[in-house]
Design a protein around this ligand. Structure first.
Ligand code: ZN
Length: 478
């Protein structure tokens, strides 16, 4: 705009020269104010170093003032219009506080690609890029980590305890900074290489988190696609269930998929991921701002959706029992839950397996143990389903007390796990759902090497006995 002003003044000067009859004073003032590069021409005219000649006349100053006035008026109108257009954007977005949480860090590398690309490095880079984008939009950001470290300063904790303290510190930052949103960034992994696609998760009890996840997922799909994944509820991830503000967890892609691993290794692709999360968040903030304004005007809008949610759970349970009945299990047959067969079937699906003599087993602990051992073996030969327990895992013990199965696995369940939050959830519920199908077991407490409160891949804590998750199962015949 400054250049435009200069041009306008120069043109005006040329115009004035053509109309001029007599030359006037005011040169010293003009020289001081405007033209540092002026020199005196032999004819008494004042020249710029450029070929345009500047002349001062009687009427020129009136025209100059009029032009300056017009330019200022034009600028004011322009500013008013742009403020008016951007008002919802600036009011909705600027000044917000967002926690950006790049997952893992330090000794906890998270998932690892075949070429050695580490989740902790990929997500840190994307987190830093995202923070930069938000800062440029006048959004205050707090990174849970900006270096390759976790958030635990002192040494001497067991892995699981350290992980817990780390995650607790991350979610506490939200309340400490009075944040508006919490965005956790992870990279996925699965035993099958074919699985791919970024996906956003949210806590099912937060409508705001759901709206944020849907908005981010939309941008991820449109900017990075093709990708059929949708925003998904997950109530098991520690940072989502413990966050005091609307929180989402973005899985930026599968490190176990060679194509996505190669993409995630590129800075340019990471920039695109960060932009997708950024624009998704901005869209959410603007939408929620507009809805807030509308809500103020419309007091009759329902404020709680809890009844709808409990209805959903009931529907899930009854659908589940009907689908289960349709499996028509024979004597000595059980349903084992494994991961779905294709890229976008990241649910659990049943495989009916015959375990000879299982019905006759009167020791319930032994009966359940045999079922877990079948689960550890993985899908049967020729099955299209994928395993959920990592190689080398074995069952240390299983005891049923008051309808709760305490099932203790060897450390390989954690050490050989492929990482990835959704993969961890599938592992947990393949165990829980398979066991709660057994009569007399209503919940399952998973232990690793005898310890409660363990974690398999660092996204879910096994603090308490878990009930079956009906939502994660898809009944389909193959
Ligand atoms: Zn992760």
């Amino acid at each position: 705009m400054a250049i435009g002003l200069w041009k306008a003044l120069l043109l005006l000067a040329v115009f004035a020269r053509q109309r001029a009859h007599n030359y006037v004073i005011g040169v010293a003032r003009l020289k001081k104010a405007l033209f540092l590069f002026m020199r005196r021409a032999p004819e008494g005219e004042f020249l710029l170093k450029s070929p345009i000649i500047i002349v001062w006349t009687d009427r020129a100053w009136i025209v100059a003032l009029a032009t300056i006035g017009t330019v200022i008026a034009f600028l004011l109108v322009l500013t008013y219009v742009s403020v008016k257009v951007n008002a919802p954007l600036s009011e909705a977005v600027c000044g917000k506080t967002i926690i950006i949480d790049p997952g893992h860090g330090g000794d906890d590398a998270g998932a690892c690609g075949r070429s050695g690309l580490l989740e902790k490095e990929v997500v840190l880079d994307i987190g830093l890029r995202l923070a930069d984008l938000f800062n440029r939009a006048a959004v205050y950001t707090v990174l849970t980590r900006s270096t390759d470290n976790d958030l635990v300063e002192s040494e001497g904790y067991s892995n699981a305890n350290r992980k817990r303290l780390d995650l607790e510190s991350r979610v506490k930052l939200a309340s400490h900074h009075n944040a508006d949103l919490y965005i956790s960034i992870h990279a996925n992994s699965f035993p099958e290489q074919v699985w791919s696609g970024a996906q956003t998760f949210y806590y099912s009890k937060s409508d705001e988190a759901k709206a944020l996840a849907v908005a981010i997922q939309k941008e991820l799909v449109s900017r990075l696609g093709p990708n059929l994944r949708k925003a998904k509820a997950c109530d098991d991830y520690f940072v989502l269930r413990n966050s005091t503000v609307p929180a989402v967890l973005v899985e930026v892609g599968f490190l176990s998929n060679p194509r996505e691993e190669a993409l995630l290794a590129q800075g340019d692709y990471r920039r695109q991921v960060a932009e997708a999360v950024f624009y998704g968040t901005v869209n959410y903030l603007v939408d929620s701002y507009k809805k807030g304004r509308q809500k103020e005007a419309d007091e009759s809008r329902p404020t709680s959706d809890l009844p709808r949610e409990s209805m959903d759970i009931q529907n899930d349970a009854s659908l589940y029992s009907r689908a289960k009945a349709a499996l028509n299990l024979d004597v000595d047959e059980v349903a084992l839950y494994f991961a779905g067969p294709t890229n976008f079937d990241d649910d659990l699906m049943p495989e009916v397996r015959k375990i000879p003599g299982i019905e006759a087993e009167s020791n319930w602990d032994l009966r359940a143990s045999r079922i877990v051992q079948e689960l550890i073996k993985g899908p049967s030969r020729g099955s299209v389903l994928c395993p959920t327990l990592p190689r080398g895992t074995y069952l240390r013990s299983l005891k049923i007390i008051d309808n709760i199965a305490y099932v203790d696995f060897s450390k390989e369940l954690m050490e050989n796990h492929w990482g990835g939050s959704r993969a961890e959830e599938l592992t947990v519920y393949s165990i829980v759902n398979t066991l709660t199908d057994v009569a007399g077991i209503k919940a399952v407490q998973i232990l690793i090497e005898g310890l409660v409160s363990s974690t398999i891949a660092g996204h879910i804590f096994l603090d308490e006995p878990l009930s079956p998750n009906f939502d994660i199962i898809e009944f389909r015949q193959f």
